[in-house]
Design a protein around this ligand. Structure first.
Ligand code: PRT
Ligand code: ZN
Length: 284
């Protein structure tokens, strides 16, 4: 039996989806324009679909699981379970207005015409703010709508912000932070659930590794206790004697969030020759 995974056929999520599988030790032999491909070393079959269709296919159990943007999942409102954030495809769904407008707050939007490909998420947002506006659904090139007089504002995905900038718009309100997530069908067999757990274990190990760095440093022995005290590590750090009398080598793992702060403290405490190395997988 194989787990059926739906990923985007081509577009912004395709390469990162394939890369994540590869980092999980799963290779797929994908012929050009194929609808599906088999993994060579995991009981997995990959379906290549348009991202908009993935929630429906997962709800209908044509695919057991899918990698797809949160924005698509919340817009489509299909009956699927959200399992895990995948750490790529990050963007935000924002409302933008013409650069020269005085936006103030969300009340600005009352009675205005807003162009978007996300009428459901936008509608829910406006409702939650008790604002009535005219939602105008368009499927692409939303950002040109204010320029051609089709709308007063837009609601669209933003990552760098350069599309808004080039169209003379400014971000006024962020209504959703989004990234690619793993979704699953609600009624899977125990066997399929076990396969998902195996895949999830690998995904989490890859994610953890990306958020952590392996660090090696040299410390004078009289400073060892102070330096060890600064290191969180997985358990306690490894300490090895150096060939040079009175010095030790200390190995540990640091989380990206407090990385620079701890490095500064380590230097101040007398650590030298600090090496920082990426981690490929992290099993805890
Ligand atoms: O053919 P298919 O339907 O599968 O693809 P698609 O054209 O609908 O989607 P695609 O490949 O453009 O995006 C797939 C997913 O990537 C989206 O659903 C999001 O979850 C995620 N993602 C991340 C983005 C962006 N970043 C993004 N910047 N999707 C779209 N954009 C667009 C945005 O719509 C705007 O036009 O990029 C432009 C803004 O980018 P900046 O960098 O100029 O701000
Ligand atoms: Zn799409």
């Amino acid at each position: 039996m194989k787990l059926k995974l739906a990923i985007q056929k081509s577009g912004r999520l395709y390469e990162d989806s394939i890369r994540l599988l590869k980092e999980c030790g799963i290779d797929i032999s994908n012929g050009v324009n194929k609808l599906k491909a088999d993994a060579t070393n995991f009981p997995l079959e990959v379906y290549f679909l348009r991202d908009d269709d993935i929630p429906q296919y997962v709800e209908d159990a044509v695919a057991d699981i899918g990698f797809v943007g949160e924005n698509v999942v919340y817009e489509k409102k299909k009956k699927v379970d959200v399992v895990e954030k995948l750490g790529f495809g990050k963007c935000r769904l924002s409302i933008a207005v013409r650069k020269g407008e005085e936006y103030g707050d969300v009340q600005y939007l009352a009675g205005k015409k807003i162009a978007t490909s996300y009428p459901v998420i936008l509608g829910d947002f406006l409702k939650s703010k008790h604002v009535e506006a005219d939602i105008h659904e368009i499927s692409g090139s939303v950002e040109i709508a204010p320029g051609i007089g089709l709308a007063d504002a837009i609601c669209d995905l933003v990552s760098s912000g350069s599309t808004l900038f080039m169209n003379g718009l400014k971000e006024a309100e962020t209504i959703l932070q989004s990234q690619a997530i793993l979704i699953k069908n609600k009624e899977l067999s125990d066997e399929k659930k076990q396969l998902i757990d195996r895949l999830l274990f690998r995904i989490q190990s890859v994610k953890k590794a990306k958020n952590n760095k392996y660090i090696l440093l040299n410390a004078p022995n009289e400073k060892l206790n102070e330096i060890i005290g600064l290191l969180p590590g997985m358990k306690s750090p490894t300490v090895l004697p150096l060939a040079e009398e009175g010095w030790s080598s200390v190995h540990s793992v640091l989380n990206e969030n407090d990385f620079w702060e701890i490095i500064e403290q380590l230097k101040a405490a007398g650590a030298q020759g600090i090496l920082v190395v990426p981690i490929e997988k992290m099993i805890v």
